[in-house]
Design a protein around this ligand. Structure first.
Ligand code: UDX
Length: 441
């Protein structure tokens, strides 16, 4: 049954979720105070890069299931469920999530709702936020309206967001009001139809914590395999095979065991910091998660040493070509990417850095001052002393590395995503190939 849904905030999660709810057949309004964003969306232009999103939005606009607005008050009247998907940046210096946008949205929504409305928090918020949202809503709601709250964390990954939303491993809903629980079931009914996806209903605090625990666990898993990769290099083992061998154990699983140059992005760094802050506020030690954060910071600097080592111990006046500056492949997002640590460190040692990224991120100029961004991998490699693969763009696998190596001053490849192997690198003409957690040749 069709539900009238409003999504407050058209960032990554808000826009993808809104478009996917429309795809499920609901009537969706996406609202954002950023007029330029809404203007773009009305013209059919996406403010973020996500494969398949523009087609999805276009299809649902044409079907009359999704519309865009800057007017919060008008967009939350006569609706069944209002999702809050506004940003929760890290508060300066504290590691805590800054919730001012969430609370402001809760008050504004409550003032304008009519009838029975569920306010659902989709933003990743610390334990206790939903109960505060409920209190704020209660203080602001008009006497003839009724409000209930639900926590509905989102687990989508950038670059695979639509598939992750429409084919999730589970839907987590923290809800204590029976009518709100029924509304959440109606919203997700089209996804749950075939019985493959569990709708896991829990208490509100529990749902809030599941999201942080999930992201922290995945971050720990990656840092763990990164550490094992270092050990593999030292003892002559192969991390790709160690990871596969581990992953066959269903208790461990194959996912998130790809060693890399350290995890980044808009979620893992922010959410691990917030989990540590929440634990500290509650008087609980978070030794495991804190260690992963520390290991990840060290990991990024270790990548600098690897590159310097491949250059023979000195990068001064060397030209270093970098493939990929986003925090991972298939996205134009540079937030907390390893490039933001590694490239400035190389520049500080006197290297000249030239980079190519398939998404042409517009933030590169401001976030990586002094780095020359070029428009093809070959342009980056021209006369370079070292080529570094930094992100796991799938398209890199299809590159003609022979042609790339042939234009370099010295064909050295530092592959920080294990995209190639030593034989492939050799066949492409690289004289020296460095990767992660494998025998170095
Ligand atoms: C993550 C969570 O996966 C998602 O469930 C949550 O909703 C938001 O945070 P995202 O930040 O889009 O999603 O990226 P993800 O694919 O999880 O990668 C995070 C970081 O870990 C990236 O820097 C990536 O390169 C790194 N990573 C991931 C690895 O180094 N190895 C892996 O095996 C997986």
């Amino acid at each position: 049954m069709r539900v009238r849904v409003t999504m407050v905030g058209t960032g990554y999660v808000g826009l993808v979720s809104g478009a996917c709810f429309a795809e499920l057949g609901h009537e969706v309004i996406c609202v954002d105070k950023d007029e330029s964003k809404i203007a773009m969306l009305r013209q059919g232009k996406m403010p973020i890069y996500e494969p398949g999103l523009d087609e999805l939005v276009q299809r649902n606009v044409q079907a009359g299931r999704i519309s865009f607005s800057t007017d919060v008050t008008a967009s939350v009247k006569d609706r069944d469920a209002i999702f809050i998907a506004v940003g929760t940046p890290t508060e300066n210096g504290t590691g805590r999530a800054d919730l001012k946008y969430v609370y402001a949205a809760a008050a504004e929504i409550a003032q304008a709702t009519t009838g029975f409305t569920v306010i659902v928090t989709k933003s990743t918020v610390p334990v206790g936020t939903n109960s505060r949202v409920f209190d704020i809503a209660q203080q602001n709601v008009s006497p003839d309206a009724r409000i209930a709250v639900a926590s509905n964390p989102e687990f989508l990954r950038e670059g695979a967001a639509i598939k992750d939303f429409l084919e999730p491993d589970r839907v987590v809903v923290g809800v204590e009001d029976a009518d709100a629980a029924e509304m959440m079931e109606r919203i997700y009914a089209p996804l749950l139809m075939h019985g493959k996806v569990p709708l896991f209903k829990t208490g509100i605090q529990t749902a809030e914590l599941i999201k942080y625990a999930a992201n922290a666990f995945l971050a720990v898993k990656i840092s763990f395999i990164d550490e094992i990769a270092n050990l593999c290099e030292a003892v002559g083992a192969n991390v790709d095979d160690v990871a596969r061998g581990l992953g066959f154990d269903k208790r461990i699983g194959q996912g998130f065991l790809n060693t890399g140059p350290g995890w980044g992005g808009s979620c893992f760094p922010k959410d691990t910091r917030a989990l540590i802050a929440t634990a500290s506020d509650a008087g609980v030690r978070s030794l495991v998660v804190s260690s992963a954060v520390e290991a990840n910071n060290t990991r990024k600097m270790d990548m600098v040493s690897k590159i310097v080592g491949a250059a023979g111990g000195d990068v001064k006046n060397k030209k270093i070509a970098v493939l990929g500056v986003t925090f991972k492949g298939q996205t134009d997002d540079m937030r907390e990417g390893t490039s933001l640590v590694v490239l400035p460190a190389l520049q500080a040692m006197g290297a000249q850095v030239v980079a190519y990224d398939p998404s042409h991120p517009h933030e590169a100029a401001s976030l990586l001052p002094g780095v020359t961004m070029v428009t093809s991998p070959k342009d980056a490699a021209q006369d370079a002393d070292i080529l570094v693969i930094l992100t796991d763009w799938m398209i890199f696998k299809a590159y003609d590395f022979k042609a790339i190596a042939s234009v370099m001053a010295s064909p050295v490849l530092v592959d920080l995503r294990n995209m190639l192997n030593a034989n492939e690198a050799k066949r492409s003409g690289f004289t020296h190939y460095v990767s992660l957690g494998r025998e170095q040749r």
